[in-house]
Design a protein around this ligand. Structure first.
Ligand SMILES: Cc1ncc(COP(=O)(O)O)c(C=O)c1O
Length: 424
């Protein structure tokens, strides 16, 4: 049974939302629930010691971190919590992963990457440089001939890049600039079949879920991927990132870098369901929040309800931005223009033509008014940004409005009202 999201209930869980400020830069970082805030304060007040020792406070501290790993496991849909690695950010996690893979990369190996966020490009580019591997780009291309900015990734552009030398394929499940959802499972399947047909030795797939995880359910097992990363601070929790490394890759591909991948102390200290497990549910508490969003208390139901609410936000904002008047005014959506459940409410655009405007100047109006937070720039998707057709200045790049399930239609209407004044 489909459940409707109770947005007022969701909002009530976030102290920051009580101010009435319109948070519309959520792809940069979401707000955090009161429960997560309380857990952080409690963790730092009562269990802030080194993990893995046998004294009581360290045992509790270890339990809490392990339960957060269990939470990440569930969010990833992974098999085992020992496949989860925490790090300060997804950028750092992917850099560590690339360092850990170093010994298993041979000269001439090929990495296929997208020009999206540098977190999932830079680490592979640097690894390629260190090991003499070759980088190939899977670029997004326009979907609407009348809008050169209507970019999306297409599997038919990817498959010709696969060769007998393909070793790593790294792409985003959702671009933090384009907002469209990439069908990870179908693409991975197609890549693996193509690689097998061409005689590739070993292909590992790395998915950047940072801009996806706040909106849709991850499923690393069904997707059949080897590495996956997301940032809890964009999923309503503290500034920490979780990396999934498939058990097989932990054994066969990744070497240990310092205490990267899982101090052995972990699993034996906490039994799921054992004493203290529920009461100290992690240091993040995302799952209890997500489960509380629908009566079903089930993650699939929650993400379905989130998607159903988000499409209303997407339709309203895209409806305004893609209307004929806005097209004539020079507004071009950057990304897929049609609203659908395959698009999250991360919406970017540029203003081109005779009355072109810099993205910076559009956003400045919002900042001068106050009350609404949106942002402009390349959002670290340098390669994608620098490939946008003129007259987009790389640093100025796009205006981005990024919403999540706690944003309301009224907020979207207020954002549109400001755009109407700016573009009048
Ligand atoms: C798609 C995407 N990937 C990676 C990152 C990097 O995440 P982190 O800030 O945790 O390094 C971001 C951050 O905005 C992102 O949007």
């Amino acid at each position: 049974m489909a459940h409707t999201l109770d947005v007022e209930y969701a909002r009530s869980q976030f102290p920051a939302l009580k101010s009435g400020f319109i948070y519309a830069d959520n792809a940069g970082g979401s707000q955090i629930t009161q429960t997560s805030i309380d857990l952080i304060v409690d963790y730092l007040s009562n269990t802030n010691v080194q993990l893995g020792a046998d004294y009581s406070v360290s045992v509790s501290s270890t339990q809490r971190v392990i339960s957060a790993a269990e939470e990440a496991r569930k969010l990833f849909g992974a098999e085992d919590k020992d496949e989860i690695v925490f790090g300060p950010s997804s950028t750092a996690n992917l850099e560590n992963l690339a360092r850990g893979l170093e010994k298993d990369i041979q000269e001439g190996d090929e990495f296929i990457i997208t020009g999206e966020h540098e977190a999932n490009c830079g680490a592979w580019k640097k690894l390629a440089e260190r090991r003499g591997a070759v980088i190939k780009y899977w670029h997004s291309t326009p979907t609407n001939p009348n809008n050169p900015y209507s970019l999306s990734l297409k599997v038919e552009d990817l498959l010709p890049l696969v060769s007998a030398k393909t070793r790593i394929v790294a792409f985003t499940a959702t671009s933090n600039l384009l907002g469209s959802i990439v069908p990870v499972q179908a693409i991975t399947k197609a890549v693996r079949a193509e690689a097998a047909a061409k005689g590739a030795r070993k292909v590992e797939v790395s998915i950047d879920c940072v801009a996806y995880a706040p909106h849709r359910r991850m499923d690393v097992k069904a997707w059949d991927i080897d590495f996956c990363v997301f940032s809890f601070y964009k999923v309503y929790a503290p500034h920490v990132s979780a990396l999934y490394v498939r058990g097989a890759a932990l054994n066969a591909s990744v070497s240990s870098i310092v205490h990267h991948f899982l101090p052995g102390a972990r699993s034996d200290k906490l039994q799921p369901g054992g004493p203290g497990y529920e009461t100290v549910y992690g240091t993040t508490s995302v799952i209890p929040y997500l489960l509380s969003l629908t009566p079903a208390k089930d993650l699939d139901a929650t993400f379905a309800a989130i998607a159903a609410h988000e499409i209303k936000l997407v339709s309203t904002l895209l409806g305004y931005l893609t209307a004929p008047e806005q097209y004539a005014r020079g507004i071009r959506v950057v990304g897929i223009e049609e609203p659908s459940v395959d698009r999250v409410p991360t919406i970017s655009f540029v203003v081109v033509g005779e009355r072109a405007m810099r993205s910076k100047d559009v956003v400045r109006v919002f900042d001068e008014r106050g009350g609404i937070g949106i942002r402009y720039g390349h959002f670290y998707a340098y390669t994608l940004g620098s490939r946008l057709p003129p007259p987009v200045v790389p640093d100025d790049c796009v205006v981005r409005v990024s919403l999540v399930h706690y944003n309301t239609l009224e907020e979207v209407e207020k954002i549109i009202a400001v755009f109407k004044e700016i573009f009048a």
